[in-house]
Design a binder for this molecule. Structure first.
Ligand code: AMP
Length: 395
């Protein structure tokens, strides 16, 4: 295994990484960094939580010069949350003091506008707001050296094709293009090959992560799902968990029901104002919230340490999404458990998921007859397993 220095990373970055407790490259970093420094295009498939962000950020920032008269790097993220997270990671290793601008919809239009008029070296952006700025002539990409499409499958397949076309059309033709994602199906791979030149193709399978993550199946019916969930929550008593639902309305309903039953819960979906979304993610990061009920908005890229459980209360539409959702746990060497709740009608997607995983999920036997107890009810509390609090965890 090479060191960051062997791969061509400058000493000041190596020192900066050490301060964050990062000493040796992960496999995706090992395989990406040298090629990116040599200006190669890359198509990379690597599970989340394997150090994908630094795999492209480090070599990009390593080659950048502060205030170089024009934008040198652009990272496109499908969601605001992921864009913010990439920016935070970039700031942590910003020893060259390059100017980083984060551009995303939802808030701070005038601040982002003002910042875009300063000399910017690296932009981290969601597609819509970026195109808006390009259209207004506020951002020019003719000096761009590196373009990254992070979570490229979501960017391309979830409706941002047109925006990507505008961005590509406005970008320096001599740039390098890097496509990163946890999953790349054939269709997306084809598009990735179209927008890259002679790419370095990288695929990382995280066998280690598979050992650290338990994947369970809960056979139930739509009608009994919430009771099955409550029973399992009380049995497993997660430190922090994300509960995925298919629609915003479902998220609203499930969050209200769990709150009613006394759980420490918050919700996250795209109808919640951006400022509030950031507040919720921050308090979840600080472990002030135990359960986050979310749509697939939370299924990509979010790196929150301490998420011990993922509950797929509603099966996703596609097997790929399941992989992204469960990738929110068992991160950075931690253990994790994931539960998929299925109604008999979910058979088709379940079989796609099991085919993708290469083996069946482990069935959970739980006591369906047991009364699901409101944990706030003092009379019933004694029957219930003690719900751990934050202070219990710290003891
Ligand atoms: P990512 O896959 O980019 O979301 O990264 C997952 C987590 O791993 C982040 O918290 C990173 O800071 C951390 N990380 C990235 N690279 C390394 C490394 N080489 N050694 C240890 N941790 C790392």
């Amino acid at each position: 295994m090479y060191t960051f220095k062997d791969l061509g990373i400058k000493k000041e970055f190596v020192d900066c990484l050490k301060k964050s407790g990062i000493h040796t490259p992960t496999p995706i970093q090992d395989m990406s960094i040298e090629g990116i420094i040599q200006q190669k295009d890359v198509i990379a498939e690597a599970p989340t939580g394997t150090g994908k962000t630094l795999a492209f950020l480090l070599p990009m920032m390593n080659s950048m010069v502060s205030n170089n008269n024009g934008i040198q790097g652009l990272i496109i993220s499908p969601t605001r949350e992921l864009a913010i997270q990439i920016s935070e990671e970039a700031q942590k290793i910003n020893c060259n003091k390059i100017n980083i601008l984060t551009v995303y919809g939802g808030k701070e239009y005038s601040k982002q506008l003002k910042d875009s008029k300063n000399s910017v070296d690296l932009i981290i952006a969601t597609p819509g707001r970026l195109v808006d700025f390009i259209d207004q002539g506020l951002i020019k990409l003719n000096t761009l050296k590196t373009l990254v499409l992070d979570e490229v499958d979501q960017i391309l397949l979830m409706g941002f094709q047109k925006e990507v076309e505008v961005i590509l059309k406005n970008s320096n033709k001599k740039r390098q293009t890097l496509c990163y994602s946890a999953t790349l199906n054939t269709q997306v791979k084809k598009i990735a090959y179209k927008i890259t030149k002679d790419p370095l193709v990288i695929k990382i399978e995280d066998k280690d992560k598979n050992d650290k993550m338990k994947k369970y199946l809960v056979e139930t019916t739509d009608r009994w799902k919430i009771d099955a969930l409550a029973t399992i929550l009380n049995d497993t008593n997660p430190f922090m968990a994300i509960i995925f639902c298919r629609t915003k309305a479902r998220v609203d309903r499930i969050e209200a029901k769990l709150e009613e039953r006394g759980y420490n819960v918050q919700k996250l979906h795209s109808d919640i104002p951006q400022i509030k979304r950031e507040k919720i993610i921050n308090s979840f990061k600080k472990a002030e919230i135990q359960y986050l009920v979310a749509t697939d908005l939370a299924s990509r890229g979010l790196d929150i340490t301490g998420v011990t459980h993922i509950f797929n209360l509603d099966i996703p539409d596609k097997a790929d999404t399941y992989i992204h959702r469960i990738g929110r746990t068992a991160r950075a060497g931690e253990k994790g458990a994931t539960y998929l709740f299925v109604d008999p009608k979910d058979k088709r997607v379940l079989s796609e998921i099991e085919t993708l995983l290469g083996k069946p999920l482990e069935k959970v036997e739980y006591d369906r007859s047991r009364d699901v107890i409101n944990i706030n009810d003092p009379l019933k509390k004694k029957y219930n397993k003690k719900i751990k609090t934050r202070s219990d965890e710290r003891k």
